[in-house]
Ligand binder design. Structure first.
Ligand SMILES: [Zn+2]
Ligand SMILES: [Zn+2]
Length: 247
């Protein structure tokens, strides 16, 4: 059986045409959502996902472009009389929901579980063996390696290239890595194509999809993918909203 990965949102906190905020849908015979930025609810509907099946969300970090639609998704299920969401996320996720509950008391019914994860936690969820690792970002952030059907999907969340995420990506069938800015931007906490290409060189990554693009990347998409390929040799494309990859 194959895994289907759909880039629901490939954008960031700055609005731009065609790219809603961060979200990735991973499906085997079950459905798992990674991040839930603004626009995700609409994208889920556009790709025809049954909300009934979508009961679990794993967050990389709590920046708004990764969580803005989370309460909206929980509310949509609540309004449709579905059981609450289970939510996994990094340190801070429990406080986030505790504060939200003080504003939205019925959030109690919208969520069945909120669980915090630490780097190097491993667990099984919805048919996936998942390993969490520390990303290098401006706030506490996790990257994830998901294994199912003898396939490996790695999602970086927001990060600058770092050894831990590199180790996580080793021999992945699909690496979904953020590539926020084109060259020659000099950024911390995020990734540019040449740094990513250098990082994944010799890692045996079979396929790369770039995501989390800032508006500055508009018009540079092909060049960004080529720069990653040139340095890493790994087949690389720039992700677009609602693009699916089957591995
Ligand atoms: Zn972020
Ligand atoms: Zn972000």
């Amino acid at each position: 059986m194959s895994l289907k990965v759909t880039m629901l949102g490939t954008g960031v906190g700055v609005p731009q045409p065609g790219r809603s905020q961060a979200a990735v849908l991973v499906e085997n015979d079950q459905t798992l959502l990674l991040d839930c930025g603004a626009g995700t609810l609409l994208r889920l509907d556009e790709v025809g996902v049954d909300l009934e099946a979508l009961d679990t969300v794993v967050l990389t970090h709590l920046h708004l472009d990764h969580v803005s639609d989370l309460l909206a998704l929980a509310n949509a299920r609540y309004l449709a009389d579905m059981p609450g969401l289970q939510i996994f996320g990094p340190q801070g996720t429990e406080v986030y929901f505790r504060i939200a509950k003080s504003v939205y008391p019925n959030l109690e019914k919208m969520t069945v579980a909120v669980q915090e994860l630490k780097p190097m936690d491993s667990f099984t969820l919805k048919g996936f063996d998942i390993f969490a690792e520390e990303a290098r970002h401006s706030v506490t952030a996790l990257a994830y390696r998901l294994e199912a059907e003898e396939k490996v999907v790695v999602y970086s969340g927001d990060t600058e290239p770092c050894p831990r995420v590199a180790a996580l990506a080793k021999e992945a069938d699909l690496l979904i890595h953020e590539c926020s800015f084109p060259e020659p931007f000099d950024v911390t906490n995020h990734t540019t194509p040449k740094k990513l290409g250098s990082m994944i060189k010799n890692l045996g990554v079979k396929r790369v999809v770039l995501t989390h693009l800032y508006p500055q990347a508009q018009g540079c998409e092909d060049e960004m993918a080529e720069q990653v390929i040139e340095l890493s040799g790994a087949p690389t494309i720039v992700g677009w909203d609602m693009m699916s990859v089957v591995i």
